[in-house]
Design a binder for this molecule. Structure first.
Ligand code: HAS
Ligand code: CU
Length: 556
């Protein structure tokens, strides 16, 4: 069994000033509000695969595609980034024991609110039923593109805030290693900063002028490629905050330890290098992109699979150390000894277990020939509800079980209800994904309102029913979560001792000399990432003949 020869990353604990906690709290609330707002149409979509239409119950909803846009935009774009805008700066401040910049906190929240208002205006009024991928030639109202761009700006401001804190810390601690928790928080958003530039160019440089009528026509393949340039890496921008919790917080929550400081930093560097030059794996079936470039992106996709495998090893080791310290014996006895009664821990372990299946289906997607079978079928939403829909979403819910009490100074309203929400959700997603995955193999189409389609297949019947049943359970799980968090915020017991953020220790301390300090040079690693990106995307863009042929279409 491992012993504690370790270093506590930050033993003191640190609390932010009240105003800063308030700004972070509201940023997080926007995220959770988006989660809730988005799942209603998730339910409708799942039921539609079982042949049941409840769209008539949605007041003001014009079309299926309007609802699906709400679902995608609210759940994968607004929820994830709003939460991370609060979570990562909070952790950075805790790791460095220093406050954030108040002005930047409010600026980030302001950009997020303004962006949201514009997106809500566009989507609720059926002016932007273009789905979260926003492909041309489907055209949205200009407020949609500008609103989403502002959401991206809010993430840049959050990044700037963390960077300012880190620079201040470094100035006061010359020659010291950056505390790991701050390192992984900043590195996560540094990757996203690089990854977000193509979508900013696409939205502000092409889609916005086109929707304003300044340019008449657009080149769909060009803007679609810019979308996936950002759009693959975006999934790791959603994932990495969850990994921050799994690596640095969860070990402490289960009485374990993180196995290695350098190992963890190397994993983040691999994500920085490999997350972005892989976007063509979403475009294997697109014309106009050479096979060679698709092959290169395919190989790099297998490369970026590796740091997640490394994560599985590290995370399970930390859990095992914890389970054994808690008295677990034998090969698997430690699993039972994990604190399953702690809702924050249970939610995140369930998220990890589901992610094993999410990762495995990702390999099928990444394999060129198998991709031909599953592309544009329900297999793909089967995959991503086990990745972003569970590994990320359920982790961010589980984090909330300590973070909401931490930021509100109120006790969690009900542990049992919180536990129930995660279990119901997980059982739901496993049934749901089984339905979607098997339906996809039989050609069941994604993004299709099957309940009213004039075609169907006997082979889609059982998968459709499983999708409907599982989706309903997922919906119930999120509603239970909403009840727990809502009651915590308005009626949780007050006056409890402020809780500290659970920060783990590591079995091996960060080395002060040798090669390891090079890992802290995030700027250099960012330059290396840019070089790889140029190799992977340069040939396409250099050889591309921009041909704006398409006017905008508003079909729904
Ligand atoms: Fe993906 C499509 C390939 C990961 C999200 N993906 C999507 C789409 C989304 C998405 C949203 O190559 C649809 C986009 C659209 O609308 O069209 N994906 C991959 C690969 C990975 C992967 C290779 N995806 C993710 C993550 C996502 C996400 C993460 C969100 C957060 N994906 C693809 C491809 C497509 C695609 C193609 C295009 C398909 C098409 O044709 O349209 C890998 O990075 C996955 C690596 C994961 C692992 C799992 C590690 C497990 C861990 C847990 C360990 C803990 C345990 C607990 C076991 C290797 C870390 C133990 C506990 C005890 C108690 C014992
Ligand atoms: Cu991808």
């Amino acid at each position: 069994m491992a012993t504690r020869t370790s270093v506590v990353l930050n033993p003191a604990g640190y609390d932010l000033p009240d105003t800063q906690r308030r700004a972070l709290r509201w940023t997080m609330y926007i995220g959770y509000a988006a989660l809730i707002a988005g799942v209603f149409h998730g339910l409708a979509n799942a039921l539609s695969y079982a042949g049941i239409s409840i769209l008539g119950w949605f007041p003001g909803l014009s079309t299926y595609y309007q609802g699906l846009t709400v679902h995608g935009v609210a759940n994968v774009l607004i929820f994830t980034f709003s939460f991370s805008n609060a979570f990562l700066p909070l952790l950075t401040a805790r790791a460095l024991s220093r406050p954030l910049h108040t002005g930047l906190l409010w600026a980030s929240l302001g950009a997020l609110v303004l962006g949201n208002l514009m997106v809500i205006y566009a989507v609720v009024g059926n002016r932007a039923s273009v789905l979260y991928t926003s492909y041309a030639p489907l055209q949205a109202h200009w407020t949609y593109y500008l609103g989403l761009a502002l959401v991206v700006v809010s993430t840049w401001i959050a990044m700037l805030n963390m960077w300012v804190a880190m620079r201040g810390w470094r100035r006061e601690h010359p020659g010291e290693r950056t505390p790991l928790l701050a390192y992984v928080s900043v590195a996560s958003y540094l990757m996203w900063l690089l990854a977000s530039l193509p979508i900013a160019v696409s939205f502000l440089g092409f889609m916005l002028p086109w929707s304003l009528g300044i340019t008449e026509t657009i080149d769909p393949l060009f803007t679609r490629t810019l979308f996936w340039f950002t759009g693959h890496a975006i999934v790791y921008a959603w994932l990495l905050p969850a990994y921050v919790s799994w690596y640095v917080l969860i070990p402490r929550q289960v009485d374990g330890s993180l196995i290695s400081d350098s190992y963890t930093r190397i994993v983040w560097i691999l994500f920085l290098l490999l997350s972005i030059p892989t976007g063509f794996h979403h475009q294997y079936t697109d014309p106009g992109i050479s096979q060679g470039m698709k092959a290169l992106h395919g190989v790099l996709t297998f490369g970026v699979f590796f740091p997640s495998l490394a994560t599985a090893f590290s995370v399970v080791a930390a859990l095992e150390i914890g389970g054994r310290r808690r008295g677990g014996k034998g090969l698997l006895g430690w699993v039972r000894k994990l604190p399953w009664g702690d809702p924050s821990v249970a939610a995140q372990i369930l998220a990890m277990l589901t992610f094993v299946l999410g990762g495995a289906t990702g390999l099928v997607n990444a394999s060129f020939t198998m991709n031909q079978v599953i592309h544009n079928t329900t297999w793909v939403p089967g995959h991503f509800h086990m990745t972003v829909g569970t590994a990320v979403a359920l982790t961010l819910m589980g984090v909330g079980f300590w973070m909401v009490p931490h930021l509100t100074r109120r006790a969690l309203y009900s542990r049992r209800l919180a536990l129930a929400s995660s279990w119901v959700y997980t059982i739901g997603v496993l049934i749901f994904a089984r339905g979607m995955i098997s339906g996809g193999l039989a050609g069941m189409p994604r993004r299709t309102f099957l309940a009213e389609a004039s075609y169907g297949s006997e082979a889609w019947r059982l998968p459709g029913i499983l999708t409907g049943v599982g989706g309903t359970l997922m919906f119930v799980g999120v509603m239970l979560f909403f009840v727990v968090i809502g009651l915590t915020v308005v009626a949780g017991r007050k006056g409890a001792e402020p809780t500290d953020i659970p920060v783990s220790d590591t079995l091996t301390a960060p080395a002060k000399s040798g090669w390891e300090p090079v890992l802290d040079r995030l700027g250099w690693w960012a330059v290396a990432a840019i070089v790889l990106i140029l190799i992977a995307y340069g040939p396409f863009f250099l050889g591309y003949d921009y041909t704006p042929v398409s006017p905008g279409f508003r079909l729904f």
